[in-house]
Each structure stands twice: as C-alpha cells, then as structure tokens.
Write a protein that binds this ligand. Sequence first.
Ligand code: ADP
Ligand code: MG
Length: 219
Amino acid sequence: MQTLSGDQIAAWLERAAEVLEQEKNFLTELDAAIGDSDHGTNMARGFTAVRARIGGLDRGDVGALLNGVGMILLSTVGGASGPLYGTLFREAAVKAAGAAALDLEALAACLEAGLEGIQRRGKAVPGDKTMVDALGPAVDALKAALRAPAAAGDGGGGPLARALDRAAEAARAGAEATVPLVARKGRASYLGERSAGHQDPGATSCWLLLRSLAATATA
Ligand code: ADP
Ligand code: MG
C-alpha cells in the first residue's frame, strides 16, 4: 500500500478505539502515578465516540474526515489531552484538505502540522515529558523514511507501512524515554522532581495510536 485512503484511515480509528479500550487501565495507571487517573478513560471515551460517529463523516475527503474526528475528540476527550489531540487532527486536516488519500509525504506533512499545532497550543518542547516526546520522534522517522526509504524486506508491507512501523517504533522509544524526565507541562509538572521515574501517559497513548496506524497500513 502506497497511500492511506479515507476508508483505511477510518479502519485505523476503529482499531485505535479497540486498542485504547483494551489499554484503558494501563493508561489510567500511568496517569495515577503522575496525574489524576483519567487519561485511559478520557482516550477510550473519545475514540469510542469517534467509532460511533465515523459513519457520518465524509471518507472521500481525508481533510473533512480528520477535521470531523478532531471535532469529536475536542468535545469528548476532556482534560489537557482532549484539546491537544483535537488540535493534532484538525491541523492535520488542513494539510489533507480535498485529498482522497495520503501518501507518505502527505502523511508526514499532516503529522508534522499536528505536532506544530500541539506545541503552539500546549507550549511543550521536547523533553518536557509530554505527548510531544512520542510524536516528535515519529514525525522525524517519517521524514527520514522520505529521504531514505527502508529496503524491502525490512518488515512487511510496502514503503508506507515500513515507514509507519519505524514511526511507531520511534514513538515507543520516545514514550519510554520519558520515564526519567521531570515533567515541565501539564498536571505532572505539579509534582516537580517526583514526576521522574514514571512513563508519561500522553506519550504512551500517542505511541498506541501510531502503532495502530502502522498495523492498519500493514494489514
Ligand atoms: P489531564 O492532565 O488534564 O488529566 P489527561 O490525563 O487526559 O489530561 O492527559 C495528560 C497528558 O496530556 C500528559 O500525560 C501529557 O502527555 C499531555 N499534556 C499535558 N499538558 C501538555 C502540554 N502542555 N503539551 C503537550 N502535552 C501535554
Ligand atoms: Mg489526567
């Protein structure tokens, strides 16, 4: 597969809803350690709403689809992460406006715009122990794959699926690398030094979303 169509993006979001429901307790436990124990329920609620309402969104225009998803997330996720994930999808939507499908270059541009939107809104920089620490390396991995496509045989699927595998892997590593960090944004920052030693919940949900996307592209 060299592009992701609106149908495939919808399939990703349905898979993501399942994964976030399965991982709800895991995300909530991470948030219990350095936040207020709601990240798992916030994300599961938001993506369950997306799954329920995705049939009413226009899959022929990826921009319209992503914008609709962003609106649903904005109104259902709540917490700090709701507006930030809403921004990710709505900024990506601007880049995807009118497109029937996204190739690797378009997908990288969408996620980069989403990352920039999150950083504009939340003011986090890399190393602040937030979702930026997972999404940033994933965007870098996609851009690196654009410059130097992975050789065939390096994982399954076509170049797009391989690039997404690398991006998901970069997000996983980025999320794990938040463990020793001291939080400088969001609720976890109220803990100061005591926030160190725990993985950031939002970086972890970001990894789960990208892993779901990679799995959809490989399927
Ligand atoms: P809340 O903190 O309001 O309870 P959630 O628990 O749903 O919201 O989400 C917490 C996650 O949101 C954090 O783990 C972090 O990744 C992310 N986050 C919080 N503030 C920011 C910010 N300013 N910039 C980027 N991400 C942030
Ligand atoms: Mg929370």
